[in-house]
Ligand binder design. Structure first.
Ligand SMILES: NC(=O)c1ccc[n+]([C@@H]2O[C@H](COP(=O)([O-])OP(=O)(O)OC[C@H]3O[C@@H](n4cnc5c(N)ncnc54)[C@H](OP(=O)(O)O)[C@@H]3O)[C@@H](O)[C@H]2O)c1
Length: 187
């Protein structure tokens, strides 16, 4: 069981543009040719922040989506928010707030030996890092720059640095990077 932050990012370190748009991402390649299909098979529970959830509601699931689709995850999903947000009928979505540690404990229990996926955003992944709960990062670096937007991981991780495990080109649109994450330095 590993706790993994798996995401796509622009070359300059943004996972969404300043308006939470991902329009830059989808033309870069076919997700089926990336490591995602193998990755998601090993995920037993996932967590996301409210901006990511609201993006899903607006663009994937909700009535406002161009082509509304079912909630894409079979795994239990935790959504971090301080607000009351709508649920998705039939989906296993649990709302949480505050300290990530008890949620992580519940996620590990629910995952049944499979991995725990921190979907994003970057600060939520950082909250798991802060508690030394993040084991690995998988970043699909897209061949674009955005100039500004939602940060990949707004933390300082320098000493010890991340440990690069592998790097792989996916067509001309992505470089897939896999890192092991050192424990957060205790101060
Ligand atoms: N490129 C990719 O592959 C990828 C992957 C994931 C996400 N994204 C996109 O990137 C953007 C991420 O947005 P974001 O950086 O704003 O991050 P986010 O984590 O999706 O949302 C942040 C919000 O979640 C809530 N939250 C976070 N931690 C919390 C805690 N411990 N307790 C209570 N609430 C908490 C807070 O909002 P409230 O309390 O106000 O609800 C916070 O403002 C989205 O547009 C998403 O669609 C892209």
């Amino acid at each position: 069981m590993k706790t993994q932050y798996y995401t796509a990012s622009s070359l300059d370190g943004f996972i969404a543009d300043p308006h939470d748009s991902l329009d830059w991402l989808f033309p870069l390649g076919d997700i089926e040719t990336t490591s995602y299909p193998a990755f998601i098979r090993e995920v037993g529970a996932l967590a996301m922040g409210s901006a990511t959830y609201e993006w899903m509601l607006q663009h994937v699931v909700g009535p406002g989506a161009d082509h509304p689709q079912p909630w894409p995850y079979q795994q239990p999903a935790w959504v971090f928010t301080s607000r009351i947000l709508p649920a998705v009928p039939g989906a296993d979505i649990r709302f949480a707030r505050g300290d990530v540690r008890p949620v992580h404990e519940a996620m590990v229990a629910a995952a049944g030996g499979k991995n725990v996926w921190i979907v994003g955003g970057g600060d939520l992944a950082g909250q798991f890092f802060d508690q030394s709960l993040l084991d690995e990062m998988f970043v699909q670096i897209g061949s674009v720059t955005l100039g500004a937007g939602k940060p990949l991981l707004p933390r300082t991780i320098t000493s010890p640095p991340l440990r690069l495990v592998s790097a792989r080109a996916v067509g001309t649109g992505f470089a897939e990077l896999h890192y092991e994450v050192p424990a957060a330095r205790q101060t």
